[in-house]
Design a protein around this ligand. Sequence first.
Ligand SMILES: NC(=O)C1=CN([C@@H]2O[C@H](COP(=O)(O)OP(=O)(O)OC[C@H]3O[C@@H](n4cnc5c(N)ncnc54)[C@H](OP(=O)(O)O)[C@@H]3O)[C@@H](O)[C@H]2O)C=CC1
Ligand SMILES: O=C1OC[C@@H](O)[C@@H](O)[C@@H]1O
Length: 372
Amino acid sequence: MMLVFVLRHTVKTDTMAPPCGGERPLWPTPTVNQCQSNMATRWGICSAGKISNDFTVALKTLPPGDHQVVAVAARKLENAQEFAKKHSIPRAYGGYEALARDPDIDVVYIGVIHPYHLSTCLLFMNAKKNVLCEKPLAMNAKEAKQILASAKENDVFFMEAVWTRFFPVSVEIRRLLAQGEIGEVKMVRSEFGMPLHGVPRVMQKELGAGTMLDLGVYCLQLTCMVYNGEKPESIHATGTFMETGVDDIDVVTLKYSNNRLAVFICRSDIELPNEAVIVGTKGTIRIPGHIWCPTSLVVNGKETKYPVPEPYLPINFINSTGMRYEAEAVRQCLLKGLKESAVMSHADSLLLAEVEDEVRRQIGVVYSQDSQ
Ligand SMILES: NC(=O)C1=CN([C@@H]2O[C@H](COP(=O)(O)OP(=O)(O)OC[C@H]3O[C@@H](n4cnc5c(N)ncnc54)[C@H](OP(=O)(O)O)[C@@H]3O)[C@@H](O)[C@H]2O)C=CC1
Ligand SMILES: O=C1OC[C@@H](O)[C@@H](O)[C@@H]1O
């Protein structure tokens, strides 16, 4: 986090040179002060798309003294300006480079589609910016390794935005498992199905389409969380294809030591109950629905609900004010000078990417990025 002592909220007139990059600020830009200790974490938003909208709305459910959105960048300035106006963001940039040069940003949230995660992560981390990048981290493990290596080389904080891990439901699951509430876990069964065939980025290979990367990652992340980041001993995957040549339905079995198992189904053609069950030798934990953004947990038959806040503006995705939890986790990491989160670590992201690669290999899905 930058150490810049300037009077807070000094509103400057238009005569002020643009903060950087050349685009004239939309309106007088309050000078955002920053003091390492307990000032707001200053966010830059990369892309003016759907999830960026929801992430920005989620940030607004947190105390403004803790989180401020200082700038947004989109490929087209007009899209950034429209986004900035909608969300009252002081600075709007045409092109991501201007955001990378903005000295008043502590962390960038990357909300572009998967094929552009690698290039944008490298852009911002090479500019010494901390980064929170949407899932899936990348198109394959090779790209994921490049991103994680760049975070190390640039000595910046990096996290893959597997927002589910920061939900109160996930925190409670980890607590229950840590205290042995259900004994030794022997089985994790999960599913994620959603009718997405009308969504270009889910259908078109050049936009990063494919069910494993988009939906399967949620079943896989739950499995890996329950099994504490342990590598599976064997992976068996089968699936079907969309007419566009990417995976539509994936059925995956992961075998771990001591006859521990995980099975998941993900599909982009129909809605499934989207529940998960974690079975131990002494009990059962069940997520009764919305496994990617859970607000209810059933432990040995007893249900507890964990509602998310209502959005102040329209959102595109279910429960996406729940991204507040990952945003606050990032802030806490930055305040402690950490370069990664223990809850969604670099090793966690690499494991997800490696298993995603193996599932795709067995099913036969190949992206152009696999041969670059
Ligand atoms: N955590 C969650 O719950 C969710 C996560 N996601 C993830 O977020 C990412 C974005 O998804 P979503 O917001 O639905 O996507 P959008 O279709 O809204 O696209 C997001 C941005 O990506 C850029 N982009 C889109 N198409 C292209 C293209 N053809 N060439 C170059 N850039 C392009 C644009 O950036 P610009 O504005 O700069 O033009 C666009 O605004 C995905 O990786 C997805 O996995 C998505 C939904 C939910
Ligand atoms: O991460 C996501 O959440 C659930 C679906 O909306 C999916 O397309 C999206 O990428």
